[in-house]
Design a binder for this molecule. Sequence first.
Ligand code: MF3
Ligand code: CO
Ligand code: CO
Length: 255
Amino acid sequence: MSIIIKTPEEIAKMRVAGRLAAEVLDMITPQVCEGITTEELNRICHDYIVRVQGARPAPLHYRGFPKSICTSVNQVICHGIPGRKKLKKGDIINIDITIIKDDYHGDTSRMFYIGEPSVLARRVSELAHKCLWLGIEQVRPGARLGAIGHAIQRHAEANRCSVVREYCGHGIGRQFHEPPQVLHFGKSHEGPELIPGMIFTIEPMINAGRRHTKVLADGWTVVTKDHSLSAQWEHTVLVTPTGYEVLTLSPQATP
Ligand code: MF3
Ligand code: CO
Ligand code: CO
């Protein structure tokens, strides 16, 4: 399977899908606080996506995933399943939203702090955000896909953190996960050349400790093997003739 180059009509639909995904995060932000359960966050997002946006939550029943969003708390790297545990002061949480509108997907995630984070929690979260943007800034026609992972790995490791290898970014469009796989590590000259009209996610998972992962018995929840904190930010990015366009920017504020 090769990388799909999106037509102008498809790009227009991807812009809508990306904006809607970002708006779900904007909507949920004031609710992400001490005492709320991740199941409640799931329900609020689900209802907003379906009733307000007239869209669908892509994770629900995707390969058997049971909920509409992913909520990954503290040492959970990704694919956390919303449940009955209440968020408490000092927790950090990644909320990952993927919606389908008019047959096209938008995929984005952000970190949130519950109360004041520890110095380390803030550091790993800010580092993951910086890594995402260093990756995005590599995107332009003629660059290789590997330039993204190289920039991310270099910065993460220079700051004594590690990059998760088992999970990666992905092409996105009509399908949730399309080629190519966007690695968050590697060499600049490796991988396919970027061409205008390609759309993929960049979503580095950065661990405060070692990079190794473990999947819990539920078959989904990915945690750090050494129980260290993990952080992730994600955007959906279009390759343009001159560089990049981030399709999941918040119409409100936070990049
Ligand atoms: N949104 C995740 C990603 O960024 C994928 C979640 S898969 C699910 O690719 F099944 F857990 F939803
Ligand atoms: Co995602
Ligand atoms: Co993704």
